[in-house]
Design a protein. Structure first.
Length: 546
């Protein structure tokens, strides 16, 4: 019924994977051969080759997800992949894919998602490739994929009818490939049960404690229903926007103060719920809110690490922790207190993989609403939510109590990220080059009455495989622990996105409850002056502040 064809093609030159996979506008992916080329490049670059390989495939349900699944099924069969598992409906969250690869010992996985970017015909689409450890392909693999994409002359596809991907348990033979349609939720729920004290959390949710979870119409809806309502017994009303939609209901599936504003408003009401959380398009990010309080992701990873032994899965303590370079140094102080190592990696989850595999770290996180542990090789939104619930259930206190107690002990790292999106790329690159040239003069200088202790362009030396990843962001670190960091995004799809990360630290108890933008005002002003961002880009104010 299926006939393998070799289709002649020409390489596209813009298929270089960014921070996490290839992310482009849907329209770009809809061009003839565009998706096919990238998938063929992945198959050609697969570590270990395609022969006898097994893959899992799923996506966040965004526009073009179903079409892409059909194309990839037929290409996998033609390329002689031996076993392909597809999440029913073409659905699977990023952490669930990671779990599936590990649990079933697969060779890798393909995730169809542009994560937190908007969806729909005018939105974005993306493809991520994960390797056999369950994590995002490391740079040596993504560089190889790119090289293969540039050399492509043809791709293989099995021509034939579309497959019914909606029946869990269905098994097909396509060419010589075994195709299985699987439940994308079940194994993930079992994994969560093996880590957290579900009975304790269930008692909390039955005892007057009110939570609300917002899936932003993205992939975590079915996972949240299975866990919070079906398994833990929370009322249905605790779920918001839990029906996945191809255009995410017109919103950005990005859990932050701007794009999850409805949830933030609910949590800011004096009579609001005790706990609020949200996740992104593909389910790997999380936002945590208490009543009237937003927990910064940098604080969240520090607090979870400090309370790790509250959770059955981490009873033995942590072997080490890690954070991405722009993430605040709140985690470093917890690590010092626990007597474990704290690693600093470039932005992007792929850099945690080696440390996790080598047993050097247990928990890690990024300022961009990503938190995770060695339970999978991706950041994991619902895992972070359950971690918080487990701590709250055990301690019987509020989110605010936990956060204030933490600040009193360690001090507070005020933190904000200013994003300048869709900037004209030429200006953005010139600004970064100018900053780089200024670095030697900045070291040791005094800016707005703070002495600069280090100014450099971050270069990472992987302690496990010795690889080097340079040009990962401009760091300006001051003697009082304040930091200003500049990076260009690797996930934006329109023009360039400049991210400026600003951090200030205090241990003064009278200064612990300030407004973040007010506390950081002089550092924010300094960050604009040093970079001359307005002169280079014409932008005065950021598009998004988190
Ligand atoms: C952004 C975040 C980064 C995160 C990446 C992928 O990358 O800053 O921390 O790992 O998105 O997250 P960039 O290059 O745009 O700054 V996800 O939820 O899109 O997998
Ligand atoms: Co994501």
């Amino acid at each position: 019924m299926y006939k393998i064809e070799e289709v002649k093609t020409k390489p596209f030159h813009d298929q270089k994977p960014g921070t996490s996979g290839l992310r482009k506008e849907v329209r770009t992916f809809q061009q003839p051969h565009y998706l096919e080329n990238f998938i063929q490049a992945i198959f050609n670059a697969m570590p270990g080759g395609v022969k006898n390989s097994s893959l899992v495939l799923g996506g966040d349900g965004r526009y073009y997800n179903r079409e892409a699944v059909q194309i990839i099924i037929k290409m996998a069969a033609a390329n002689k992949i031996s076993r392909l598992l597809v999440g029913a409906g073409g659905i699977c969250s990023t952490p669930a894919v990671s779990n599936m690869i590990r649990k079933l010992g697969l060779s890798g996985g393909i995730i169809l998602s542009a994560s937190h970017n908007p969806g729909g015909p005018d939105g974005d689409f993306g493809v991520k490739f994960n390797i056999g450890n369950g994590g995002p392909a490391p740079e040596k693999v993504t560089f190889n994929i790119y090289e293969k994409s540039l050399a492509l002359e043809s791709y293989l596809i099995a021509k034939g009818p579309d497959v019914d991907i909606d029946t869990i348990g269905a098994v097909y033979e396509i060419c010589d490939m075994r195709l299985e349609i699987i439940d994308p939720v079940k194994d993930y729920v079992e994994l969560m049960e093996s880590i957290f004290d579900f009975n304790l959390i269930s008692r909390l949710l039955h005892g007057g404690f009110r939570m609300v979870y917002d899936a932003l119409h993205a992939v975590t809806g079915p996972y949240a229903r299975a866990i919070f309502v079906d398994r833990l017994g929370a009322p249905e009303e605790c779920l918001r926007n839990c029906q996945p939609l191809p255009d995410f209901g017109g919103g950005h599936p990005d859990p932050n103060l701007k794009y999850a504003k409805e949830l933030v408003d609910i949590m800011n009401s004096p009579t609001g719920p005790d706990f609020g959380a949200a996740s992104d398009g593909d389910g790997d990010r999380n936002m945590i809110l208490g009543r009237g309080l937003f927990v910064t992701p940098s604080d969240s990873v520090a607090i979870l690490s400090a309370h790790a032994t509250d959770v059955p899965g981490y009873k033995k303590g942590l072997c080490g922790v890690a954070r991405s370079m722009p993430t605040s140094t709140a985690l470093d102080m917890v690590a010092e207190d626990l007597g474990v190592d704290c690693y600093e990696t470039p932005t992007g989850w792929k850099f945690f993989g080696n440390l996790l595999d080598a047993g050097r770290i247990t928990i890690c996180g990024e300022e961009s609403f990503g938190t995770g542990s060695d339970h999978v090789r991706e950041k994991d939104g619902l895992w972070a939510v359950l971690f918080w619930l487990n701590i709250l259930a055990l301690r019987g206190v509020s989110v605010k109590d936990i956060v204030l107690t933490h600040w009193q002990k360690y001090g507070r790292n005020y933190y904000t990220r200013h994003d300048f999106e869709a900037v004209e790329p030429e200006g953005a690159h010139r600004m970064m080059r100018a900053l780089e040239e200024k670095l030697p003069r900045l070291s040791g200088s005094v800016l707005a009455s703070r002495k600069v202790s280090l100014a450099d362009n971050f270069c990472y030396h992987d302690p496990i495989d010795g690889s080097e990843s340079c040009n990962q962001g401009i760091r300006i670190i001051f003697e009082d622990k304040s930091r200003i960091i500049y990076r260009l995004s690797g996930t934006g799809t329109k023009g360039a996105t400049i991210r400026i990360y600003i951090e200030g630290y205090t241990k003064e108890s009278s200064l612990l409850a300030q407004d973040t933008q007010v506390f950081l005002k002089d550092l924010i002003d300094t960050s604009r002056q040093i970079s001359q961002i307005e002169a280079f880009t014409g932008r005065k104010e950021p598009t998004v502040i988190t």
